[in-house]
Design a protein around this ligand. Structure first.
Ligand SMILES: [Zn+2]
Length: 241
């Protein structure tokens, strides 16, 4: 005979599992906006791609800027406040090259399980560091590790930030150049937002050779395919000419 207590237990277990799954989805899936509004791709009205770089500025950012300038590729840099305070001159260099600067938190923590106050302070400290160094107040925020959490929605709202995830992540911090290149080429569609890294979290002098080489290889190929590059603000606008 079936024991009602066991049925109840199994049902509760199933519900807990289902809600844990739903929460994991909300925290990590780039297209999900349950915990904070965010976009993961731009308008498909033009053959445009947004290149985005997170975790900078770093000692190697300048080398990346040279490559982007060579191919006329305005991009978006999601910077961390700690890195901006360490390398304010590099943050300024990014801004004066005409790229867009977004907020990637202050110290790159995993926001999951953190309090709303902690989340707000992280976003605020990065806004202040970036504005102090570059004169620019970011309008976009990318969550560290792509993880959103309760309280992020309100923090974004108070600071006038909109969330930006990605349509393709390069995995440039852990894969070889060939694999990164093929991920990026595969993800190159109208309105794509590609996520790469010009830093490695808060590391000093990070090794970003894979990122640099992948960008060198991918940019001319995408231009040949008829794509052009837009900053995040631009690619989100469907009527930009
Ligand atoms: Zn990051």
């Amino acid at each position: 005979m079936t024991d009602p207590a066991r049925i109840l237990e199994a049902t509760a277990g199933g519900l807990a599992l289902a809600s844990a799954g739903a929460l994991a989805y909300a925290v990590r899936v780039p297209s999900c906006s349950w915990l904070a509004p965010s976009v993961c791709r731009g308008a498909s009205t033009r053959p445009a791609i947004a290149l985005t770089f997170a975790d900078g500025p770093s000692e190697s950012t300048s080398e990346l800027l040279e490559i982007l300038a060579r191919y006329g590729a305005p991009s978006t840099f999601f910077q961390c406040g700690v890195n901006v305070r360490r390398l304010p001159g590099v943050a300024r260099e990014v801004a004066s090259a005409g790229h867009e600067i977004g907020n990637h938190s202050d110290s790159h923590p995993l926001l999951a399980l953190k309090s709303p106050g902690f989340i707000y302070r992280e976003l605020t400290a990065a806004q202040e560091a970036i504005e102090h160094a570059t004169g620019i107040r970011p309008r976009h925020f990318r969550a560290p590790y792509g993880a959103r959490w309760f309280g992020l929605r309100a923090a974004q709202q108070r600071l006038g930030l909109s969330g930006v995830m990605w349509s393709t992540i390069a995995l440039d911090w852990k894969m070889q150049t060939g694999a990164v290149v093929s991920r990026l080429l595969h993800g190159a569609t109208r309105g794509a937002i590609l996520c790469l890294h010009d830093g490695r979290v808060l590391e000093h002098r990070p090794d970003i050779r894979v990122t640099l080489q992948a960008v060198r290889e991918v940019l001319p190929k995408l231009l040949d395919q008829g794509f052009h590059f837009e900053k995040v603000t631009d690619i989100l606008c469907p009527t930009k000419s």
